[in-house]
Design a protein around this ligand. Structure first.
Ligand code: NAP
Length: 293
């Protein structure tokens, strides 16, 4: 199997580059070699390599900065994925793409399913939603995985920030009104590889039967405060922690340029029913991530 991966240096892309080894030949690219703002750069890479699978882990992910860089966020999150899906269809390659829980407004009180109507509150969520639409519109064999609260132990993430606060501050205030599914980038990469392994050496027909939109995030959900407490508990350097008090806070106390949904947990049942696979429970994955680094 020949796989072309975009975004190889990101949290998810870095893990995908490793997890996909063993499935065949993996050709991996990232900015600036490929710039999603300049379609000719990725068009050429796909057309020259003629892969069977194209995986897009690249995205404009700075949620706050996107508010003032809407045009750039749209090129990367909406236009480029649409073009990737279109080229993939023409070359009879399957296309795998990732989206976000931030397509929802967080007004629901139970986990969101694929049937729930999206209503993004910020530019990032809006451009990612447009990306989903463009990919589906292209009409090929595309699978879109909406995920949430992705972290890795390698790049800066909520986990690394909480750990560094715990090692430097006696008192911390963490929001308890934002709730979603913490998702370990490695587990998300591994489940993508497992799915492709199930698809077999000629994956296209199997994937074509299962194309569409799926929610795929850490099993279960938590508030940022619960997540932070689990990070303290699983910290392998407990002796370095100086934090003594962790106080609940409300999102409104920490204004940001981009509004965020409060409850954006994803129901991942459709993915589990379709592929007989699911991501580990978020807290178990966190423990494994913090043990292995
Ligand atoms: N992080 C989260 O909490 C979260 C939550 C829900 C969904 N998701 C989705 O999950 C996927 C993976 O996210 P992630 O956290 O792994 O993202 P990430 O760590 O920010 O990685 C994104 C990658 O895209 C690259 N990129 C940025 N601008 C580019 C451009 N103009 N051309 C080509 N590549 C460019 C980045 O390169 P540079 O580093 O050089 O900029 C980086 O390697 C994305 O689709 C994201 O929307 C993420």
């Amino acid at each position: 199997m020949k796989i072309l991966l975009f975004g190889k240096n990101g949290q998810l892309g870095w893990e995908l580059h490793r997890s996909l080894q063993g499935l065949g030949q993996v050709l991996a690219y990232d900015y600036p070699e490929v710039d999603f703002c300049v379609p000719s750069t990725f068009r050429q890479v796909i057309e020259n390599n003629r892969p069977q699978i194209v995986i897009n882990a690249a995205a404009y992910t700075d949620v706050d900065k996107a508010e003032s860089e809407e045009a750039k966020a749209r090129l990367i999150n909406a236009d480029a994925p649409g073009i990737l899906a279109e080229i993939s269809r023409k070359l009879e390659a399957a296309f795998i793409h990732y989206s976000t829980d931030y397509v929802f407004d967080g007004e629901k009180s139970a986990p969101y399913t694929e049937e729930d109507a999206p209503h993004p509150l910020n530019v990032y969520g809006q451009t990612k939603l447009e990306g989903e639409g463009a990919v589906l519109q292209a009409g090929g064999t595309s699978l879109i995985f909406r995920t949430a609260w992705v972290y890795s132990m390698r790049r800066e993430s909520f986990v690394s920030k909480v750990l560094s606060w715990a090692h430097s501050q006696r008192e911390m205030r963490i929001v308890e009104d934002q709730v979603s599914n913490p998702t370990w980038a490695r587990a998300l990469a591994e489940i993508t590889a497992q799915l492709l392994a199930k698809a077999g050496p000629a994956p296209h027909p199997w994937l074509a039967e299962r194309r569409g939109l799926y929610h795929l995030a850490g099993w279960g959900f938590a508030s940022r405060l619960e997540w932070a407490k689990a990070i303290f508990r699983n910290d392998p350097n407990q002796a370095r922690q100086v934090v003594q008090r962790v106080l609940p806070a409300r999102s409104a106390e920490f204004p940001t340029s981009a509004a965020r949904p409060l409850f954006s947990a994803l129901d991942c049942g459709k993915f589990e029913r379709t592929f007989a696979l699911r991501l580990p429970d978020w807290e178990l994955a966190l423990r494994l991530a913090m043990e292995t680094g």
